[in-house]
Write a protein that binds this ligand. Sequence first.
Ligand code: MTE
Ligand code: MO
Length: 440
Amino acid sequence: MKKKKKVGVRELYNKDSLKANKELWGEQESDFSRRGFLSSSALLAMGTLLGGKIVFGENMPSDLIPAGLKDSDKEFSIPGKSGDLIILNDKPWNAETPPHLLDDKVTPSDIMFVRNNGVPPENINVSTWKLTIEGESAETTKSYTIAELKSKFNQYTYKLTLECGGNGRSEFNPVAKGNQWTLGAVGCSAWTGVRLKDVLDDVGVKSNAVYIGYYGADTHLSGDHNKVVISRGVPIAKAMEEEGLIAWSLNGEDIPVMNGYPLRLVIGGWPASVSGKWLTKIAIRDKVHDGPKMDGYSYRVPKYPVAPGTKVPEEDMKIIESMPVKSLITFPKSGAIVKGNRSFEVRGHAWAGDLTVNEMYVSIDFGATWKKCSLEKPANRLAWQHWKIQVNLPEEGYYEIWSKAVDSEGKAQPLIVPGWNPKGYLNNASHRIACKRIDV
Ligand SMILES: Nc1nc2c(c(=O)[nH]1)N[C@H]1C(S)=C(S)[C@@H](COP(=O)(O)O)O[C@H]1N2
Ligand SMILES: [Mo]
């Protein structure tokens, strides 16, 4: 028997979105009367599959995979087409959090995402765990047990947004290698510890200090204990901010082992890769820290915009600093069905790296019009902000709800995937969820 090749919707769109429209929805080249938009027959076919008319479909760009389809891993058959088409569930093994589970203002510890580059330490002894501060720009070298940190310094609790620099990578085309994160490599939990700044001051920071770099107790995947898994850091000014913590507690309890127990660095607003887990050492450097994953293409983006797929010379890459403005819709869950003509709450969080979010909007008509949401102030600097709005879907059919945050410098989230870069960092595109109104 001949084995049929199964092709997923995402794969089709990634190859050639016009061809995908033709194959999936019977769209003909000549149907593209308004370039970039779907014809009414294609919209009808798509609506059948989604189970309802796509209201505002005339605004829907033709190269978008409807949000109601792309996050589903169900097999479905397309009317008049091969039933072998499969929606690819483009999540390889990685521990990210589905957006609707991030609905709490403070992300619960057990659902916070996990991103390990190596193997976490085993047989951890909290009472003998030591943190050493040293380096060219340290006045001296000092070591502290966790008990000493607790007794010697003031303790602080901050809610800090941690987002992996590669969150959203799965949307880049051509594909960027690495964990294919979709939306959920982010969280904002309450961290308790001592200020990094207070500890650095206790050791003494020389005036020529440029950067700090962390070291953790995890083991390199090769099993070679002499190899450092990851050792990143931040400029001294960022390290001296009040919210930078050496933390032993997450949401009032021990940090889960996967998130860095018994001690970790927590630096909000920058890619979470600067927040070293299983922290054993901090170096105060007289130059930009040069540990593994500081160099080459790691956590770096081109200094100038490049066309997708461009081979960018290494010297034209720059280190990612503050993360860009972004938002998540955490309620309702994508795919929600609204029965009848009623208004319902749409809500979520928004954050903007070192900045704050000034305005928050949602659209139910593919970005043609935007409604302003109510937006809370952050619990503290570098914590995400909560927003909500009442939404009413004007008639029966399929909708998408899009969210857009604007930061305190007036920069808005892009509606489509922004600046392609070799490693697929910083995708802060609008979050889109699917929503259907059914009148009964
Ligand atoms: N020691 C150590 N620290 C680390 C990492 C790691 O692999 N080892 N991963 C980094 C990366 S890339 C990210 S995104 C965050 C993830 O933190 P989490 O797993 O607690 O969510 O930790 C950072 N700190
Ligand atoms: Mo990361």
